[in-house]
Design a protein around this ligand. Sequence first.
Ligand SMILES: [Zn+2]
Length: 333
Amino acid sequence: MHSLVREGIHRLTYSVPIPGAPEVNLYLFEGEESALIDTGPHVNAVYDEFREDLKAFGFDLRTLSKIVVTHAHLDHAGLAERIRNDSGAEVLIHHDDIDRFLVRPSWSAMWIRQHLWISRFWGFEQDQLVDLEHGMRKLIDLSPGVQGDWLPTSIAHDATIQLGHHPFRVIHCPGHSAGLICIVNEEEGLLLGSDHILETITPNPTVYVPTYRGCRTGLGHYLDSIHRVRDLAVEQILPGHGAPFTGLATRIDEMIRLYNDRHQTVHDLLLETDRTVLDLVDEIFPEQNLLGRYLAARELHGHLEILHHEGLIQHQIKEECGHFRAHPAPLHT
Ligand SMILES: [Zn+2]
């Protein structure tokens, strides 16, 4: 599906073949340095629809000069190699997401092994781990990375990149992914928010494999990096999922309140009794399917990691599964 955001900026929206996953947005900037932001999942039907959409508004893919991948998740990065091969465009991605973007076989094996180990730590049983592994292999197929003999260009925080007619600034916002970037032009009042700032969904914090900047999950980094974009002078946010929207600071404040409330809930539950991550999932996000419980566990592990850094909880490992409890509340005299 195609719509015009403003003159020379197109929004292209495609489905993602994972149950419950929202459609993903790509943005095409026309101009002297035409640029595509994100690529969609590696699915033939998505690629065909993308080519049809470009044809409908008369854009020749061979004139594309760059492909910017905002982070290396399958819905944003999956078709990067295919679009690069057909356009000759340069591919740019933040250096902290390059390993994940390349998807080398040895990296995939480690990624699956560590995710299964963490899932066991959260409390998933053996038969559920088998289903989770199956799902993880499917995710890798939807974003096969780099097969050919080329490498993406790495970009860093504060870099300037030309998108269409205007220069934009890169803001590194780790949390949903180690190398996620937002891209802003304050004169134009535009923020490409990727999955960092969405209007109705809170982005799921990543599980880092390997650990990143001393953390296992991205929630702590996410809560730091939403402050990096809160006060930008922008009128319109072009998100990775959902329609363009306004009200950046209001949306961020709303998310901070939600995370603070959840943080308090997790701490209160651990003051009552010992709990595993999945015990917390079933208290806070009841009646989820396997994928829903897995995603909820990632988020709650994030809260536990922050509570641990704050010195408020401890855990024990029994049969590879973590059991968490809060230190007793101090007595006020
Ligand atoms: Zn996404």
